[in-house]
Each structure stands twice: as structure tokens, then as C-alpha cells.
Design a protein around this ligand. Structure first.
Ligand code: C5P
Length: 203
């Protein structure tokens, strides 16, 4: 039996950490759908047409070590506004979402477009300042040289683009539970997510 867990929200809200923990807890595979757009963005920066890049995704591209850089994040949000790019990635995500045994997908449009009938939907968010601080620490720990102001401006620009695009804009699904992690530790956020999903599994 399938059981889709959709986890959406803006950049650096904690979706990735929560999704991995939820997937481990329920023993389900996890798909970070942002990576699909990051690969397309990276291929566009390398000179490829983004639509062609999305239609010809190569598993080897997922091993690139530049996918977590701010430049690729910006490129990802630009290619993500192209309806043809999004269309090329839908089937893969939908079949992942409906795997037997359940699946966890995190992104921007999982509960609204990819899996509108998901059994559990969470919209994970946090204040701009908290998200920027978390992303700043993550990037500097990896040795990337960025300032807090740059990271904040980068997140806000991406959020604006993701929320205002015509196709699959970032927004909570009407039936999503909103989890604001601004004042939560990772353990608290994960526990809240698991409690909600558990209640949906028993429903
Ligand atoms: O989640 P992450 O920050 O890696 O996503 C990179 C970009 O990919 C986002 O800013 C967004 O523009 C795009 N994206 C999307 N839909 C998804 C996942 C990511 O448009 N489901």
C-alpha cells in the first residue's frame, strides 16, 4: 500500500532534516525534489538549455559537488519557473510518491501539484532570520565563503521567485499542517512532524 508524505516549505526551513528523520522513522525512501531542480540549474550554468537538461537528466549529475552552492540554488529557482522544466520532472516524482510501502518527498509543490492526494502534508516554515542563520552555518561549515547578509538576500530572492511564479508556486496546500520551526530544536520539529504523520496513518 502506498502512503505519500508531502513536506513543503521555503528554503532552509528545516524540510531536509525533518524529511530524512521522518523517512528513517517510518522506514520509507526519501526524495529531495529540490535536487532535481538544482541539477537542471547546474546544467544550465554549464551551458545547456534548461528544458533539454530537464528532459535528459543523468544520474551521474546527482554526484556533482557544486549542487549545494548559492549560485546553483539561484539557477535552480530560475529553471523551476519554466513550465516545461517542471513538466519534465512530474512523472518521476509521482511514481516515487506512489511507491508501495510509502515515500517521503520534500519540495515546494508536493502537496499542491505532485501529490495533491498525499495522505500526510506538512508545510515547514521559519522566520527569515532563523532560516538565514541556519543556512549561513551550514554553508560556512562546508567551507564556503558567504556573509549572513548575502545568505539572507539569497533566500528572500528565491522565496519571492518561488512564490510568485505562475506554475506550481510555493504555498501551503489547503489541507497541510503548518509547522513553524523558528522556536523549535531539530528534535522538537521532528517529533511534531512524526506525531502528525502518525495521526494520519491511524486515521
Ligand atoms: O529545496 P531546494 O532549496 O534545494 O530547492 C532549490 C530550488 O528548486 C527552489 O528554490 C525552487 O525554486 C525549486 N524547487 C521547486 N519545486 C520543488 C523543489 C524545489 O520549484 N518541488
Amino acid at each position: 500500500m502506498s502512503f505519500c508524505i508531502a513536506i513543503d516549505g521555503p528554503a532552509a526551513a528545516g524540510k531536509g532534516t525533518i524529511s530524512k528523520a521522518v523517512a528513517a522513522h517510518f522506514d520509507m525512501p526519501h526524495l529531495d525534489t529540490g535536487l532535481l531542480y538544482r541539477v537542471v540549474g547546474a546544467r544550465m550554468l554549464a551551458g545547456l538549455d534548461p528544458i533539454e537538461a530537464a528532459q535528459t537528466l543523468d544520474p551521474a549529475d546527482f554526484d556533482r559537488d557544486d549542487l549545494r552552492t548559492p549560485a546553483v540554488a539561484q539557477a535552480a529557482s530560475k529553471v523551476a519557473a519554466l513550465p516545461e522544466v517542471r513538466a519534465a520532472l512530474v512523472d518521476f516524482q509521482r511514481s516515487f510518491a506512489r511507491r508501495a510501502g510509502g515515500a517521503v518527498l520534500d519540495g515546494r509543490d508536493i502537496g499542491t501539484v505532485i501529490c495533491p492526494d498525499a495522505e500526510a502534508k506538512l508545510y515547514v516554515t521559519a522566520s527569515d532570520q532563523v532560516r538565514a542563520e541556519r543556512r549561513y552555518l551550514e554553508l560556512t561549515e562546508k567551507g564556503q565563503s558567504v556573509t549572513r547578509d548575502q545568505v539572507l538576500a539569497d533566500l528572500q530572492e528565491r522565496d519571492r521567485r518561488d512564490q510568485s511564479r505562475a506554475t506550481a508556486p510555493l504555498k501551503p496546500a489547503e489541507d497541510a499542517v503548518v509547522l513553524d520551526t523558528s522556536q523549535m530544536t531539530i528534535d522538537q520539529a521532528v517529533a511534531a512532524a512524526i506525531a502528525h504523520i502518525q495521526s494520519r496513518r491511524l486515521a
